[in-house]
Unconditional design. Structure first.
Ligand code: G3P
Ligand code: MG
Length: 247
């Protein structure tokens, strides 16, 4: 059984999305350079079943290629440049495999929130494969990660695959039945979006004893407000700025 997860106040979103291409190894390193000790990243499966770090259903926005992730093999995806679109100095960055990301993060003594972001229809398979890689590769002496998803089928599959790894219930907006869902899916963290999040909602979640990781907060004043309300961790594109705001 892993140690309880203890995410820090500030977590880099897709690495450090404001200053480095999202979901790349350069982005994970950038988060550390900005002082973050944890990152959030998104995992999908290639057509041949390999877990890779990418957010969208297509590679169009974040690489120099075109096409659906679910229809591209690992070799297809690895041939793309995932950094040049963001800035010339990032040209040559690849879409990382989950294995590469885990190896880098362990080497840097980082922690992470892995978001299972399945292509439609692959909710269970993506969770199973990603959890199996974490179980096999993530050293027990490193920080216990949090596994999150918007997809309830993925959370259930993650629970069944590696029950001991803590899970976070992701939602654009805190659902009215969040507690029932968390209990059903065995989620011990709650991850609402912050656009409409209220002080009363934070108080209710905290009173029930659940840690809250909220996203995506890039405004220092909002980060301070949410922290004052009792939110535990802020997921941000700009870790340096939000760490400075919360000093
Ligand atoms: O996990 C928090 C956040 O990343 C969820 O939204 O679309 O940025 O993956 P998205
Ligand atoms: Mg995400």
């Amino acid at each position: 059984m892993p140690a309880p997860a203890n995410p820090p106040r500030v977590i880099g979103h897709r690495g450090a999305r404001s200053t480095a291409p999202e979901n790349t190894l350069a982005g994970l390193r950038q988060a550390v350079a900005e002082g973050a000790s944890w990152v959030e990243f998104d995992v999908k499966l290639t057509s041949d079943g390999h877990p890779v770090l990418i957010h969208d259903e297509t590679v169009d926005r974040t690489t120099n290629g075109k096409g659906k992730v679910a229809e591209m093999s690992l070799a297809d995806i690895r041939a793309l440049d995932a950094g040049g679109w963001f800035g010339r100095r990032f040209a040559g960055e690849k879409v990382p495999t989950l294995d590469e990301a885990l190896e880098l993060m362990s080497g840097l003594a980082m922690g992470f929130n892995l978001e299972i972001k399945p292509c439609p229809g692959r909710e269970v398979e993506t969770a199973k494969v990603a959890l199996e890689r974490v179980r096999a590769l993530w050293p027990s002496f490193r920080a216990t990660p949090v596994i999150s998803s918007f997809q309830h089928a993925s959370l259930a599959a993650a629970r069944d695959a590696v029950p001991g790894l803590p899970r976070g219930l992701l939602a654009e907006r805190l659902p009215a039945d969040w507690k029932k869902l968390a209990e059903e899916l065995g989620c011990s963290f709650i991850h609402p979006g912050t656009r409409a999040l209220t002080r009363e909602e934070v108080a209710a979640v905290k009173a029930a004893g659940y840690p809250m990781l909220v996203w995506t907060v890039n405004e220092p004043a909002r980060a301070r407000e949410l922290t004052a309300w009792g939110v535990d961790s802020i997921i941000t594109d700009s870790p340096a700025a939000i760490l400075a705001a919360l000093q």
